[in-house]
Design a protein around this ligand. Structure first.
Ligand code: ATP
Ligand code: MG
Length: 450
């Protein structure tokens, strides 16, 4: 993309409504525009990152054997009357009447709708196990929408649902989700710690939340610092293996890590004092096993050789739009965002220090074309602007790599490659800079961009 043709409405001033850094930078970098409290339009740069995050979520869900689908955002109230949640859900549910005076709602979550789909089409135990998921807009009329996309009213969520014959099978699905979530967050450059959580309105005895440590997080968390040494890395895992998935769950949940809802002071005090940590975290996902709660209420049963039984279910969510905020909270400096390679909107920036200079223009064009030919997505700042302004924009929007091209360097046959994270630069021949960027992204396969 050439910046002169892009839509990147950056703000010079700090927007006064933004209380935390991620919200401030998302507004300043022209990523989002608020339409109403807690409701946002996604401008091109924000949309690009949102889709990268969504892409990673899809890849990792499909790798775990989960089937993508898409349910409607609007739901009939009657489904929720069957489960008993229509009255329980309270004011967070946006209730709407259609022209025939029928009660509708904008889905805050989809357990009822997926259970309805299941009971209509599945009747034999031979069709189990089954896990389907979607990435879809949700609406929750939060009492205090704030912090930009972190606590929106309209937000983008991955929600998945498993149907299993037995509790044992459903717990395998639970473990499989835990593993796939660990991989998902790590690919986004995040460490998200699974923590024992509270069932809440969805209910259930088995539930873990995934928290990213950040001072601005809304949850208070208590943990053994040894959990932060755990990384999933690039280990191979067989998602069908009960033992392997169970093993990963045990490895990642054996150390104390809880939110304030489930915190147990006595257990916490058993951790050696120098490893006890009290901090704040951002909830970026949650997994549940809730047994036959919905299947019994809504008649989702399968025929087995021993008769008809209700299916065991679980649900699992990832806060896709909230993740943009969480990643920025975890990765920024005073100049702007620092995107991890896995989710960056553009793979690298090209800054032309002297637009109009024949050599500089030509070298930039060549770099741009070589990167595009390699399947990469560079952002070329080809505007007639001062170098300082171009650097400030690149730093703000946070591309992890920048190639700077100027007539002086070109006389010596070099351009400059700079890491946004470390600020370190090296001088390289243009071809070598391209080769280096290609090599970096060979290790950070990113989903197709928009
Ligand atoms: P919270 O406790 O933050 O209100 P929740 O536990 O009610 O969230 P879940 O039903 O577990 O949310 O939804 C799955 C994920 O969706 C959450 O882990 C979170 O990352 C994200 N999410 C939930 N509510 C919002 C919101 N209002 N804005 C943005 N993301 C949200
Ligand atoms: Mg939750």
């Amino acid at each position: 993309m050439r910046l002169s043709r892009y839509f990147l409405p950056v703000l010079k001033e700090n927007p006064s409504e933004a209380q935390i850094v991620s919200h401030r930078y998302m507004l300043r970098a022209g990523m989002i525009k608020q339409s109403a409290a807690g409701i946002y339009s996604w401008l091109p740069l924000g949309f690009k990152v949102l889709k990268k995050i969504e892409g990673i979520v899809h890849e990792e869900q499909m790798r775990a054997g989960h089937i993508p689908m898409l349910m409607s955002t609007m739901q009939p109230a009657d489904l929720w009357r069957e489960s008993g949640r229509y009255d329980d859900y309270g004011q967070e549910m946006l209730r709407i009447k259609d022209r025939h005076d029928r009660d509708m709602l904008f889905g805050p979550t989809n357990e009822e709708m997926i259970t309805d789909i299941f009971r209509n089409h599945v009747s034999s135990y031979k069709d189990l196990p089954l896990t389907m998921y979607q990435v879809q807009w949700k609406f929750r009329d939060e009492i205090r929408p704030r912090f930009g996309v972190m606590r929106g009213r309209e937000f983008y969520m991955k929600d998945g649902y498993n149907f299993d014959l037995s509790k044992e099978d459903a717990l395998h699905a639970y473990n499989r989700h835990l593993v796939s979530y660990l991989r998902t967050y790590e690919r986004m450059g995040l460490q998200a710690i699974p923590m024992r959580a509270d069932g809440g309105p969805i209910g259930g005895d088995y539930t873990h939340e995934f928290l990213v440590l950040a001072e601005t997080g809304e949850s208070e968390v208590f943990y053994d610092s040894a959990v932060t040494d755990l990384t999933f890395g690039d280990r191979e895992i067989d998602y069908d293996s009960v033992e392997q998935c169970q093993g990963v769950l045990e490895e990642f949940t054996s150390k104390y890590a809880r939110t304030d809802e489930t915190h147990d002071e006595a257990l916490f005090n058993e951790i050696p004092e120098d490893r006890r940590r009290v901090a704040r975290g951002i909830e970026v996902g949650q997994i549940f096993y809730f047994g036959t709660k919905y299947s019994e209420a809504m008649g989702a049963k399968v025929q087995t050789p021993d008769g008809e039984v209700p299916v065991h279910m679980g649900s699992h969510g990832i806060g896709v739009s909230r993740l943009l905020g969480a990643i920025i909270e975890a990765s920024h400096d005073d100049k702007g965002i620092i995107w991890p390679e896995g989710v960056t909107p553009f793979h690298c920036g090209i800054v032309n220090l002297k637009q109009g200079d024949e050599a500089a223009d030509g070298a930039c064009e060549d770099l741009y074309k070589a990167l595009v030919a390699a399947g990469l997505d560079p952002l070329y700042d080809d505007r007639n602007e001062r170098a300082g302004g171009k650097f400030a924009t690149m730093d703000l929007i946070g591309l992890p790599w920048r190639i700077t091209v100027g007539p002086r360097g070109l006389k010596n046959g070099v351009v400059e490659l700079t890491s946004r994270r470390t600020g370190e630069s090296e001088e390289l021949a243009p071809e070598a800079a391209v080769a280096k960027i290609i090599e970096i992204y060979a290790n950070h396969r990113t989903p197709q961009g928009f």
